[in-house]
Design a protein around this ligand. Structure first.
Ligand SMILES: Cc1ncc(C[n+]2csc(CCOP(=O)(O)OP(=O)(O)O)c2C)c(N)n1
Length: 361
């Protein structure tokens, strides 16, 4: 196992001292370490932003930055890798640190299986050289640094489950909000009525929604595709003007593809309601901060509500639900979930089938 502090020191020795990325559970200990110690560390809204930031860092410092991400972020990063950093475009080096979810032979959730199989082939087809990170990390970083210096090309280190030693974040986000996300979900379900359809975001939100309802036919639990739940909901709401469509979002997911918001607003839908559980963190992968503290949700739609207690939530809900226009409800919640939180028992394909059955009934 690699001690995150040792890994960080070796990177620094090679003048890799800018860090940018989107958190991942496999990288949680390293992410926590740099959150506590690296002066030049930016937690980005999506992986493409992180690659672009790294390119800017290189332009200004002549040193490559490290971009960390879960392999599901490869989709977001392909464009800046191929049209910015690529050797036939600006030819800019950056060191990718990629958490390998869905590694073949290791049991994982359905949304990681194909991505896991294709992680190495995707890098190969993009012409990105890589190594699987192991205990010889000193030599590996040395090799990567030399490769990047000689070729000015990106280089990737792939991180298998259990590669890093434990490191516990010291600078934890402490928000004192009263509500847990799970309590907020229960209050929402109580007031929304059984005929409402919910498209919920990836991570704890979907898992908690699944546990909170006995009957799942009205819930589309988006297990992957972080940041796209609201656009899935939009596609449904446009087709079903008589059905009440709710999107349950996270602040990290909302920020990842925030461009969806004005597009939803432009549709002027009566039946679309957007709800964001704002804990200022990527709670599902280690509670690393998001930038949501710096966002004023008030401008997102014409009607925006913000609550932080169960009392406020109960008071606000009837008016919010009955509004005949798209609106956002920000629910400020604390981080954390139950240690015995389960996962949906049905496969995503079965979820789709029952959901479509109810929606098209
Ligand atoms: C494209 C992509 N990048 C990264 C991840 C890893 N990931 C899964 S859940 C999550 C955090 C989501 O944060 P937020 O939406 O605020 O919800 P919370 O976990 O706080 O409830 C991340 C980064 C992912 N699934 N997809």
């Amino acid at each position: 196992m690699i001690n995150p502090a040792d890994f960080y020191e070796i990177l620094k020795n090679h003048e890799i001292n800018c860090f940018a990325g989107v958190p991942d559970s496999l990288l949680k200990d390293f992410c926590a370490y740099i959150t506590d110690f690296a002066p030049n560390h930016t937690i980005c809204a999506n992986e493409g932003n992180a690659a672009a930031l790294a390119c800017g860092h290189y332009l200004a410092s002549k040193h490559p930055a490290l971009v960390y991400m879960q392999n599901s972020g490869l989709g977001n990063i392909v464009n800046p890798l191929l049209s910015l950093a690529d050797k036939d475009v600006y030819n800019i080096p950056l060191l990718l640190l990629i958490g390998w979810r869905g590694e073949p032979g290791i049991k994982d959730e359905p949304q990681h299986i194909t991505q896991g199989k294709l992680t190495l082939p995707l890098l190969e087809v993009m012409g990105i050289e890589y190594q699987i990170l192991n205990d010889n990390f000193k030599e590996q970083i040395e090799y990567a640094a030399k490769y990047m210096q000689d070729t000015l090309k990106p280089f990737a280190l792939i991180v298998k489950k259990g590669t890093f030693d434990n490191y516990k974040l010291k600078h934890k986000i402490i928000n004192n909000f009263e509500l847990t996300r799970e309590d907020a979900i229960k209050i929402l379900l109580d007031k929304m009525g059984d005929d409402s359809f919910i498209i919920s975001t990836t991570g704890y939100t979907s898992r908690e929604l699944y546990e909170a309802r006995q009957e799942h036919s009205h819930d589309f639990l988006t297990v992957g595709s972080m940041g796209h739940a609201s656009s899935i909901a939009l596609g449904i709401a446009l087709n079903k003007p008589d059905k009440k469509i709710f999107c349950f979002d996270g602040d990290g997911a909302l920020l990842m593809h925030m461009g969806a918001v004005p597009v939803i607003a432009s549709k002027n839908l009566k039946n679309f309601k957007h709800i964001v559980f704002n804990n200022n963190a990527h709670d599902s992968v280690g509670a690393q901060p998001t930038a949501s503290k710096f966002v004023n949700f008030k401008g997102f739609y014409k009607q925006v509500f913000s609550v932080s207690t169960s009392e406020e939530l109960k008071k606000t809900l009837p008016g919010f639900i009955d509004l005949k226009e798209t609106a956002l409800l920000e629910i400020k919640v604390k981080c954390g979930t139950r240690s015995d939180l389960g996962r949906p028992k049905e496969l995503p394909k079965d979820n789709k089938k029952t959901f479509m059955g109810a929606l098209n009934d």
